[in-house]
Design a protein around this ligand. Structure first.
Ligand SMILES: Nc1ncnc2c1ncn2[C@@H]1O[C@H](COP(=O)(O)OP(=O)(O)OP(=O)(O)O)[C@@H](O)[C@H]1O
Ligand SMILES: [Mg+2]
Length: 366
């Protein structure tokens, strides 16, 4: 998915910028192409510009610069209700004075649909989210999760090609959230709906999406499939933001045959894959995942550089061991080791040597 060049993009942002006050850009240069049927998540810290992007796509905000296209047509001058977009927001805002069925019927009435067809579609949408027998109730008579399902049904009832969801599960408990995550992606895929989903929960983003756009500071830092984001972060922001990660700082000594030799600040040498570095002398932040680190010598490839480490904490977690180490002067170096019969358990105070495959270690921006 990540490698596809999206030629006939359904949703397209081209060089989009947004400023609310005419001075600061909260969206700096957004370029994004989504094929029809894709489930894309915008993930990023608070204030990074996710909702603003969604609002521009929905038509509630206009871009300060650039172009937004839907099905190849620029939508900058099309008002929100003519864009045919279904929306679910965190404060679902069902109309409190209407029944559930009336809530769902409303977007169809707006579209001038006849009564019997309306009733049919409303029932089908409610059945889809397993709320078929709740049509006569009012929103206040439903639980939070049920209201959320109704909001989802209302966004889908007029069969939009595009659905936007902004933190739709934020208010729900963990169990219901996980159930709804599955229901949403299942529905979207079954109905072939193109979805833009916003969250700051990385697990949610990784489990639900075809692709994830990681936002920071008004820019997409990386746009890729979940596994690629985790395995091949393109910069240190993404490496830190997605999953657990260890970092060490150093200076590039040499780059040869696609491998960088990095001298850490305490003088030790490690091998890594050069991602954002190209010259000796450059500063770098080296990134490595906890589960890619070995301390069992038999499992290390010959010739790779190893590092000295002191065990600070060893936690037995059943399927894995989680160990905190002091490495190169840092106390927060985490390794995760699969619990296997030949895997040694460690003791606090113990001195060990750790290593990894150079390709699992990425030399990123400093
Ligand atoms: N209506 C507005 N007027 C002025 N500034 C705004 C407005 N809406 C958002 N901003 C600012 O724009 C920036 C991006 O906000 P946005 O709501 O897009 O972030 P977000 O990524 O959705 O954050 P969160 O995860 O907290 O919802 C923030 O600095 C915010 O303060
Ligand atoms: Mg937001």
């Amino acid at each position: 998915m990540a490698e596809t060049t999206v030629d006939d993009a359904f949703v397209e942002f081209e060089r989009v910028q947004k400023s609310y006050d005419g001075e600061t850009l909260v969206v700096k240069d957004l370029n994004l192409k989504m094929p029809r049927g894709e489930f894309l998540t915008m993930l990023g810290p608070s204030g990074s510009g996710k909702t603003t992007c969604l609002m521009m796509l929905a038509g509630f905000e206009t871009a300060t610069h650039g172009d937004i296209r839907l099905g190849g047509t620029s939508i900058n001058n099309i008002p929100p209700h003519k864009r045919g977009i279904g929306m679910v927001f965190q404060n679902y805002a069902l109309f409190p004075h209407m029944t559930i069925a009336e809530n769902l019927s409303f977007p169809l009435e707006v579209r001038k649909m006849g009564k019997s067809e309306r009733e049919q579609k409303v029932q089908r949408a409610l059945d889809m989210v397993e709320m078929g027998s709740f049509g006569g109730r009012r929103p206040a008579q439903l639980s939070g999760g049920q209201q959320q399902r109704v909001a989802l049904a209302r966004a889908l009832v007029f069969e939009p090609e595009l659905v936007l969801m902004d933190e739709p599960l934020g208010a729900l408990d963990k169990q219901l959230r996980e159930k709804m995550q599955f229901e949403i992606t299942d529905l979207a895929h079954r109905l072939g709906i193109t979805t833009v989903y916003v969250t700051h929960d990385q697990t949610e983003a990784l489990t639900m999406s075809d692709r994830v756009a990681v936002f920071d500071d008004g820019r997409i830092q990386q746009l890729a499939a979940p596994d690629q984001l985790y395995e091949e972060p393109e910069n240190s922001f993404v490496a830190q933001f997605i999953g657990e990660n260890n970092t060490l700082e150093g200076t590039v000594k040499e780059i040869n045959n696609g491998l960088a030799l990095v001298e850490l600040d305490d003088g030790e040498l490690i091998d890594c894959k050069p991602i954002n570095v190209s010259q000796p002398g450059e500063r770098t932040r080296v990134s490595i995942r906890p589960e890619r680190i070995e301390y069992n010598k038999d499992r290390l490839r010959e010739g790779v550089h190893t590092l000295k480490a002191e065990v600070l904490e060893f936690i037995y977690m059943g399927d894995i061991f989680r160990t905190r180490l002091r490495v190169a002067g840092k106390d927060e170096f985490i390794i995760k080791t699969r619990n296997a019969p030949d895997q040694q358990r460690l003791q606090p105070g113990q001195q060990i040597e750790i290593g990894w495959l150079p390709e699992d270690c990425r030399a990123l921006d400093a």
